[in-house]
Design a protein around this ligand. Structure first.
Ligand SMILES: *[C@@H]1O[C@H](CO)[C@@H](O)[C@H](O)[C@H]1NC(C)=O
Ligand SMILES: *[C@@H]1O[C@H](CO)[C@@H](O)[C@H](O)[C@H]1NC(C)=O
Ligand SMILES: *[C@@H]1O[C@H](CO)[C@@H](O)[C@H](O)[C@H]1NC(C)=O
Ligand SMILES: *[C@@H]1O[C@H](CO)[C@@H](O)[C@H](O)[C@H]1NC(C)=O
Ligand SMILES: *[C@@H]1O[C@H](CO)[C@@H](O)[C@H](O)[C@H]1NC(C)=O
Ligand SMILES: *[C@@H]1O[C@H](CO)[C@@H](O)[C@H](O)[C@H]1NC(C)=O
Ligand SMILES: *[C@@H]1O[C@H](CO)[C@@H](O)[C@H](O)[C@H]1NC(C)=O
Ligand SMILES: *[C@@H]1O[C@H](CO)[C@@H](O)[C@H](O)[C@H]1NC(C)=O
Ligand SMILES: *[C@@H]1O[C@H](CO)[C@@H](O)[C@H](O)[C@H]1NC(C)=O
Length: 773
């Protein structure tokens, strides 16, 4: 499929074939990098082309941006907000600082839109991250009820996320802020693209339902609604109507079965379509005829809110399983969709569904959704589901705030919710996410956009500055955030909750070539069946390439894929989910024990990055993470793993101490071409090389390789595994015994640095200085 050709959801619905975040238009008007379809080993492509382009964009912004905009920014800030002149001056200076920085381009053909940072040593440009609370971006909302209630809505429209006073302020904000200008541009451009396509086609994707198409409808409604409100061009109202009618089964092509067009058995779909209907109803309220309004409401009640009431109130209706103690993305997304739709039609709804649901969804989300974040900020379902769940929660809180004047403690009930930005920041490596468990590319309406909202709500400028993409920013963005989000931020962070226990270590936040290690232990149950059997798993980035990586999710439609997380679950028969498919130790060719309770130890030199995007850590800067993962294994009396950075964060040592009564295998998955010779291996990828050596090798221990496929002794899963083309497993295979395996990774940096050979130190004696020469 080529760019610019019509995007056909029927052709490309499966998550592994769709990269919804790739926006062919993004580059046309803004000079963003030309995206290329993600190839098998494509992550590094953008790095080769990306940096020169990034510098150009920054330079262009510096030259083109400042001129003629300063006056606008100061006058708009003072006239639209009525703030004091000091605040207006602060706003102007923040805006001009940002104009002189320009915008960070994104690597649009990487899976996760990793930003590309310019090489800038002028630290004045990227100082301490700040949110200037004294001069808020937005004028003050005059709707501020003394006793807010979820069923008592603001008098004017729109109610959802973007009240009229925000639309009124937008033109001046867009004129004074390069980010807002680029987002505005990109929403217009997206809307034109969607406009040229036929209405979203119904496609039932087995167990994944119609979620992808539901999210496409929501995405289109958002874009069309935005452009309508910015232009008053009724074309966009008509085009929205076409999508609404189509998703009601009233279009020219069919949409699902009469009795359940929004697929309530997979309630996420119902919820996302409800949200889309709610947004359309609310944002274009004045344009709908009375007849259209009643058609929207009747369809919404029939396929969305009616099933929502059933899910909540009918004990024999199982479509609402997600409301019963499910602390994960389902709860957030389902409650959000029902909430947005109910807020939109409240007062016009003859059925009473909206009123009834608003009495249920908010409490339920407060008991469940908000606790998907554990006490260290980790989203317990994996990094991928953080996108969906945190977006759902942010949309819900934001909609309630604008429509009713409160979020009813959704952002406070779990005091650790405020840490969830750290989960995303530290889980983002130099080239990709630390994407353990089920993970695919992020797409459609589930994005990291909510960080902008959380950054503002939790007064965390780092979050707001870290994430700079996507449509809700037009209403969530606090323009007064400025500085480099990395300035003063610790390079390492450990997430210690027993559920995930993971650590992130790196040499720089702003260098795409940086060294990055993500490593995890954690429990293997209680992740909404989205995890792998992966205690001890790690990823490794260096020189712009991922050297040790994840295989991501399997086929969600495979029989038994989501059966359960018991030891004998069919899920654990699939290569990508079983222990063999992870970068860890395999004992007795058998999966890890799902009841594992690993313990961890760690330390860090606590090195923080400075304002400069060019940052070299001191030579004694280091970090390590060790885990006693014995409880994850059968037929082993002791299994410990440790990983640490060496040589000023230029090398990595991975050490395993094992006593096992069954065979032992050390496994690592790589896209590199691997050459082995006894106790050394050379990995070659994207024109770069990594030397791997086994130090103090036990008798008989050498490197070998295999394809990334199940061992012949494994049981055959119900459906064939997905192939892992281009992936090689680097192996050390040994009989039962006691071993100390020390594997040293030495990237060939070609920067004049000399690799070191560390001493042999037992894991229990590792300290920050145990390996210094
Ligand atoms: C434009 O569309 C792309 C791809 O569908 C999406 O990732 C991006 O967020 C959209 N941008 C805006 C500003 O809506
Ligand atoms: C938003 O982008 C559109 C399309 O490029 C442009 O016509 C419009 O003027 C922009 N809006 C503002 C307020 O700059
Ligand atoms: C759209 O119409 C409203 C109400 O008539 C008006 O206030 C606003 O200025 C118009 N916007 C544009 C972009 O024409
Ligand atoms: C779709 O058609 C049905 C049956 O005529 C009608 O009840 C419903 O209101 C329509 N909905 C929309 C959005 O067109
Ligand atoms: C409750 O749900 C069951 C199963 O879907 C359905 O058969 C029944 O009619 C529902 N009861 C009511 C009162 O709606
Ligand atoms: C870990 O987080 C969970 C929520 O996911 C929480 O229930 C638990 O108390 C936390 N554990 C510890 C040790 O704090
Ligand atoms: C191989 O490259 C792809 C694309 O960049 C990446 O998603 C995957 O994690 C890599 N696999 C391994 C085993 O490193
Ligand atoms: C690093 O910070 C952690 C957490 O604040 C602390 O426990 C540890 O002692 C610090 N280590 C050093 C070497 O400063
Ligand atoms: C442990 O090893 C014994 C002897 O080799 C074998 O029979 C048994 O299946 C192994 N247990 C597991 C869970 O792998």
């Amino acid at each position: 499929m080529s760019y610019g050709s019509a995007y056909d959801p029927l052709q490309s619905n499966h998550r592994h074939q769709v990269y919804g975040n790739e926006d062919p238009a993004f580059n046309q008007s803004t000079g963003f990098i030309t995206p290329a379809r993600h190839a098998k080993k494509g992550t590094s492509n953008w790095i080769k082309f990306g940096i020169p382009v990034a510098v150009l964009v920054i330079a262009a912004a510096v030259v083109g941006g400042i001129v003629g905009s300063r006056h606008h920014s100061s006058s708009s800030a003072s006239s639209s907000s009525g703030d004091s002149s000091a605040a207006a001056a602060a706003a102007a200076s923040s805006a001009s600082a940002k104009l002189s920085q320009g915008i960070f381009v994104e690597a649009t053909n990487s899976f996760y839109m990793i930003p590309v940072y310019p090489s800038v040593t002028d630290t004045a440009l990227f100082g301490t991250p700040t949110l200037n609370a004294a001069s808020k971006t937005w004028p003050t909302d005059t709707f501020a009820p003394a006793a807010p209630a979820a069923t008592s809505v603001r008098p004017d429209r729109p109610r959802l996320i973007a009240p009229q006073y925000k639309w009124d302020a937008l033109p001046a904000l867009i004129a004074s802020d390069p980010y807002m200008a680029s987002w505005n541009e990109s929403i217009f451009s997206n809307a034109s693209q969607y406009d040229a396509l036929p209405a979203v086609k119904y496609f039932m994707d087995g167990d994944s339902g119609i979620l992808d198409v539901a999210r496409q409808v929501k995405q289109r409604v958002k874009a069309f609604g935005y452009v309508y409100r910015m232009t008053n061009d009724t074309h966009w109202v008509d085009r929205t109507w076409e999508e609404l009618q189509n998703a009601a089964g009233n279009g020219t092509v069919s949409w699902g079965p009469d009795e359940d067009r929004w697929n309530s058995a997979h309630f996420l779909d119902t919820a996302e379509l409800s949200a889309a209907y709610g947004l359309a109803y609310d944002w274009m309220y004045d344009m709908w005829t009375p007849e259209q309004k009643s058609m929207i409401i009747s369809t919404l009640n029939l396929y969305g809110l009616g099933p929502g009431v059933q899910a909540y109130t009918n004990a024999s209706d199982f479509n609402g399983w997600w409301k019963n103690n499910i602390q994960g993305n389902w709860n957030c997304v389902c409650n959000n969709g029902l909430t947005m739709a109910s807020l939109a039609i409240l007062g016009d709804d003859p059925s009473g569904n909206a009123q009834q649901l608003l009495g249920l969804t908010v409490d339920n989300a407060n008991q469940n959704c908000v606790f998907a974040v554990s006490d260290d900020g980790t989203w317990s379902e994996t990094a991928d589901y953080w996108y969906f769940g945190s977006t759902g929660l942010a949309e819900m809180a934001s909609s309630l705030m604008t429509a009713t004047g409160s979020n009813y403690n959704l952002l406070k009930t779990n005091p650790d919710l405020a840490k969830t930005g750290l989960f995303h920041i530290y889980g983002t490596g130099a080239t990709s996410l630390f994407n353990w468990g089920d993970n695919g590319p992020n797409k459609y309406t589930a994005t990291a956009n909510s960080l902008i909202f959380y950054g503002d709500q939790f007064d965390q400028p780092q979050y707001a500055l870290f994430q700079r993409d996507h449509p809700w920013n037009m209403f969530w963005y606090n323009q007064q955030s400025s500085g480099g989000w990395w300035d003063g931020l610790a390079l390492d962070h450990t997430f210690t909750n027993f559920t995930d226990q993971w650590m992130s270590m790196r040499s720089s936040f702003t260098d795409a070539n940086a060294l990055y290690v993500g490593v995890k232990a954690g429990t293997l149950q209680g992740h909404q069946t989205h995890n792998d059997l992966d205690v001890g798993d790690f990823v490794l980035d260096a020189m712009g390439t991922r050297w040790a990586g994840e295989l991501g999710d399997g086929d969600y439609l495979s029989p038994g894929y989501f059966s359960n997380d018991e030891q004998n679950s069919q899920r654990w028969m699939y290569y990508r989910k079983m222990t063999e498919g992870q970068n860890t130790i395999l004992i007795g060719a058998t999966n890890q024990d799902v009841t594992a309770k690993p313990t961890i130890n760690f330390d860090s030199s606590n090195t923080t990055q400075t304002a400069s995007t060019e940052f070299t850590p001191p030579s004694d800067s280091t970090a390590f993470f060790t885990t006693d993962m014995t409880s994850a294994y059968f037929n082993a009396t002791s299994v410990k793993r440790g990983i640490r950075l060496l040589n000023g964060r230029k090398q990595v040592l991975l050490q395993d101490e094992i006593t096992a009564s069954a065979s032992v295998q050390w496994r690592m998955h790589t896209n590199a071409t691997v050459t082995t010779s006894g106790t050394s291996a050379t990995l070659a990828l994207d024109g770069k090389k990594m030397d791997v050596s086994l130090l103090n090798a036990p008798d008989g221990a050498t490197f070998s390789t295999s394809d990334a496929v199940r061992l012949p002794t494994d049981v055959t899963p119900p459906e064939a595994d997905q192939p892992n083309p281009g992936v090689t497993v680097l192996l050390i295979t040994l009989p039962a015994g006691t071993y100390n395996l020390q594997v040293l990774f030495s990237p060939e940096w070609n920067d004049g640095s000399t690799p070191v050979t560390p001493p042999s130190v037992p894991l229990d004696s590792w300290t920050l200085t145990s390996h210094s020469s």
